[in-house]
Design a protein around this ligand. Structure first.
Ligand SMILES: Cc1cc2nc3c(=O)[nH]c(=O)nc-3n(C[C@H](O)[C@H](O)[C@H](O)COP(=O)(O)OP(=O)(O)OC[C@H]3O[C@@H](n4cnc5c(N)ncnc54)[C@H](O)[C@@H]3O)c2cc1C
Length: 423
């Protein structure tokens, strides 16, 4: 064992734990520190609604889910793919299954059994855990020679603690759901040392818009099912996606909006708003809708007519009344067009604290090919704190695992090279 070399991993989420696994298997002594009293709190939360750990689609399609960072992340993900994740789970005694959407889950959909087995395995392999340790500072042990390692300062229940390490993996997460530990406060720790970090922003998040008081009072919390969202980005790119969402008192939440969140957020950043249209009946053509609307019964109320002829629900009818001139809606063609194109202006992105994940983080230009900070040789970064984003679908955890492994490989190479130099 290379036990004289201490590697500190800060952050006991999926990225940090994966780094600890690989480094400890290579024979180095690993100490994992985390600000929270226990490991993997966000990982456990991801398991509450059914943990989607990866996706089974073919790799060439899979890797495009990381948008413009696909090529960068392929360095990590091509070495730890969806198949590798399933094999790794199996090695920890957890079978997986693939849902009809191609999403991959642990057999019982939960994160807790996997995390439990994983932590046991790490402890059996000599990894030591230091909960309740919040990293507040880091500096080279010897200001003039970073090859001597780093001094890390933690706060442990109000008591300061100092640790030295020959190499460090930072896996501190993004800034969503900060009560689970990843609060993004590491930002200044790194920018102060000359590391470029892009601002952390909401990803897979809800959006604000202005509803009337009536709509807020009557329909906040109501689901819109089987609709399609149409959006034209500021660069002219047109996009459309079917799905479902929830109307909240101040906007929208839900998978349909999460899927478009990168584009909607970028448009709001660029132009101050994002204009979308919603097709309330995307499975029917304009002509089919007109046909169905053409049988209004005499004396039938307008609401009843819309419910009977075209199966609109009360929220969908309220949206039509909110967004269109009521008198014109009596014209069948106008009404059919309105049903297909309810316009909504999204005014703001919902706060990062409420988002599923973060965009932004440590820039690609600040790290080398195996995720070592070029400004701080010997310090590596992994997981959501790196500057990438992806939609939900298992892509987030996959990239966290894979970057954890790549950073770990970098640590092993770095320490072995240092050792060789000393010999
Ligand atoms: C509700 C919800 C559901 C999700 N569902 C899924 C899903 O089904 N599939 C999927 O792929 N992804 C899902 N995700 C996203 C996924 O959980 C995250 O992308 C992933 O946990 C990020 O891993 P990480 O290791 O980079 O960071 P984290 O899991 O955030 O871990 C970072 C760790 O660092 C610690 N830390 C932070 N700062 C410090 C500090 N200064 N000192 C010491 N420790 C510190 C934190 O306490 C934390 O334990 C979900 C997220 C949420 C919020």
């Amino acid at each position: 064992m290379n036990s004289d070399k201490v590697v500190v991993v800060v952050g006991a989420g999926p990225a940090g734990l994966m780094a600890a696994e690989v480094i400890s298997q290579a024979g180095f002594k690993v100490k994992v520190f985390d600000a929270k009293p226990s490991a993997g709190r966000k990982f456990l939360l991801a398991g509450v609604g059914g943990m989607n750990i990866t996706h089974s689609e073919p790799y060439p399609q899979f890797i495009t889910r990381y948008y413009e960072k696909s090529q960068w992340l392929s360095q990590a993900i091509s070495q730890f793919t969806a198949d590798d994740i399933q094999a790794w789970m199996k090695s920890l005694g957890i079978d997986s299954f693939t849902g009809s959407s191609g999403r991959v889950f642990p057999q019982d959909m939960k994160a807790a059994p996997l995390l439990r087995n994983w932590l046991k395995n790490l402890r059996d392999n000599g990894v030591e855990f230091y909960p309740n340790h919040k990293l507040i500072a880091l500096a080279p042990f010897n200001l003039h020679d970073q090859s001597n390692g780093y001094q890390l300062s933690f706060i442990n229940k109000a008591e300061p603690t100092e640790i030295t390490a020959q190499a460090v993996v930072l896996a501190l997460g993004g800034a969503s759901w900060p009560k689970l530990g990843s609060d993004g406060k590491w930002f200044n720790l790194l920018t102060d040392k000359g590391v470029s970090v892009h601002k952390l922003q909401s990803a897979n998040c809800g959006f604000y818009c202005n509803w009337s008081t009536y709509l807020q009072n009557q329909f906040a919390g109501t689901q819109l099912k089987n609709i399609a969202l149409h959006f034209t980005a500021p660069n002219g790119e047109k996009m459309v996606k079917k799905g479902e969402c929830i109307v909240t008192k101040d906007g929208f939440e839900g998978s349909l909006f999460y899927a478009f969140s990168k584009y909607l957020r970028d448009a709001i950043n660029q132009t101050g708003q994002a204009n979308i249209t919603i097709d309330l009946i995307p499975d029917l053509s304009f002509e089919q809708i007109c046909q169905k609307l053409s049988n209004k019964k005499p004396k039938e109320s307008f609401n009843k007519y819309l419910k009977r002829s075209i199966a609109l629900n009360s929220l969908e009818i309220a949206l039509l009344f909110e967004k269109f001139d009521k008198t014109q809606l009596h014209n069948i063609e106008y009404l059919a067009r309105a049903i297909q194109q309810v316009p909504v202006t999204l005014t703001q992105v919902k706060p990062i604290e409420e988002a599923i994940s973060s965009a932004g983080g440590v820039c690609q230009s600040s790290v080398n090919h195996n995720l070592m900070l070029t400004a701080l040789p010997g310090i590596f970064c992994a997981g959501e704190m790196l500057d990438w984003e992806a939609p939900t679908g298992g892509y987030l955890l996959t990239a966290c695992f894979a970057t954890g492994r790549l950073a770990a490989t970098g640590v092993c190479d770095f320490l072995s090279n240092n050792l060789n130099k000393q010999i």
